[in-house]
Design a protein around this ligand. Structure first.
Ligand code: PLP
Length: 398
């Protein structure tokens, strides 16, 4: 992560194809487009690489999550269980459809705590949304069996873990629907963009129509197309898809680089006392987009984070003090600071949030440091960084 570091000729070529024809839209204009269908080609490439029947590109990862919810019929009055540690997009996307985010603890996987999910289920629960944070995954077998037992939709947010696998299957293909982001800082970037994947034919049709104003995409005259149900505009532009197409073709190279650089850092930190690594569920393989570890307490984590900064180690995060990824700092959500009226259902659902006990999550996030793995490092740079990080940690632990 992020793919933009290696932006080059392949991306330029795909974008130039689009600029040459001048058709910047993904649908229609067949006669003008000189055979270029970048969004369609990228969808097909995703389907093939991930062995999934349907991929729908959309305008962002946040849109992808909203679309997954809308496609599975989730809206006002419904509850969606999500983790306390994730990007703000998770609750934004849930609230977009009118549904209520029910935020629960995480465990040492840095993803949903299974017992917390079970305890949060009510008659209004419609979906569980694990977020595969920082390159690794939730315990998907356990979540699948809960979803089966309670008849819930399982939506995987794999925005930060593209290419990671669980029991031989690519993340995003295990639940009913899987979501990806192709924003500027993700492993594969379109500039802005996202994708939803599914093997469910009905959901696939919903995604296709809903993301384009409800258009049924049949026949050759866009103006004459039917609208079997209401939709919205979550389309990706052909220019963004062109960048993503070139990037996605390089996914295996990107993953190999992530693994190589991750392994250099991990090998240097592994022998240190007073440090443990995040738990990866049995049968899981990370995408290696981040290296995550725990120190013995909050203060040690804060000290290590400061020492990293002082010693030029960028791109490492102590999320406990960060306002984008952890419940502790989501004041705007806790205060329901909305520009427009929220439904009574949603307001009531958010009321508990201010006083809800997240001490279990604090126990993990307070001690966690999460280091982004860059693609552009040379082996020497990665080695040097690994050494500096190990020294900082030794200093902090004393
Ligand atoms: C990036 C991200 C998103 C949202 O993606 P955008 O494309 O930026 O809207 C959603 N969930 C997670 C976990 C992310 O990291």
């Amino acid at each position: 992560m992020p793919g933009f570091e290696l932006f080059g000729d392949a991306e330029r070529k795909e974008v130039n194809d689009v600029l040459d024809s001048g058709v910047l839209m993904r649908y229609g204009f067949d006669g003008l487009r000189k055979g270029h269908w970048k969004a369609k080609d990228l969808e097909q490439a995703i389907q093939k690489r991930f062995d999934i029947n349907h991929a729908q590109l959309v305008s962002s990862g946040t849109a992808a999550v909203s679309m997954a919810l809308a496609a599975s019929g989730i809206g006002t009055g419904d509850e969606v269980i999500m983790p306390s540690f994730t990007f703000v997009a998770s609750f934004e996307a849930i609230m977009m459809t009118g549904a209520t985010p029910v935020i629960v603890d995480i465990d040492d996987t840095l993803t949903l705590d299974i017992a917390a999910v079970e305890a949060a289920i009510t008659p209004n629960t419609k979906a569980v949304m694990p977020v595969h944070m920082c390159g690794s995954m939730a315990n998907l077998d356990a979540l699948k069996s809960i979803c089966k037992q309670y008849n819930l939709v399982l939506i995987e947010d794999a925005c930060q873990a593209i290419g990671g696998t669980y029991k031989g299957k690519v993340l995003g293909t295990i639940g009913d629907l899987g979501c990806f982001s192709f924003d500027f800082v993700k492993t594969v970037t379109c500039g802005e963009g996202g994708g939803v994947i599914t093997n469910n034919e009905t959901y696939a049709k919903h995604l296709d129509h809903f993301s384009d104003h409800g258009h049924d995409h049949s026949g050759a005259d866009r103006g004459a197309e039917a609208h079997p149900f209401l939709g919205y505009n979550f389309r990706i532009s052909e220019l963004n898809a062109a960048v993503g197409l070139a990037q996605f073709r390089r996914l295996d190279d990107f993953l190999a680089l992530q693994k190589k650089h991750y392994t250099i850092l991990r090998t240097a930190l592994e022998p240190l006392d007073g440090l443990t690594f995040r738990t990866v569920p049995d049968g899981g393989e990370e995408s290696y987009a981040f290296l995550n570890f725990f120190l013995k307490d909050l203060n040690t984590a804060r000290t290590v984070n400061q020492l990293f900064k002082d010693n030029g180690i960028d791109a490492c995060f102590h999320y406990f003090d960060n306002n984008w990824h952890y419940i502790r700092k989501w004041e705007h959500l806790k205060n329901k600071s909305s520009l427009y009226p929220l439904s009574d259902h949603l307001k009531k659902g958010l009321n508990d949030l201010k006083d809800k006990d997240f001490s279990k999550s604090d126990h993990y996030i307070g001690r966690n440091i999460s280091c982004l793995i860059k693609l552009s490092w040379t082996e020497e740079e990665a080695q040097k960084r690994a050494e500096t990080m190990a020294n900082c940690i030794k200093d902090a632990i004393g």
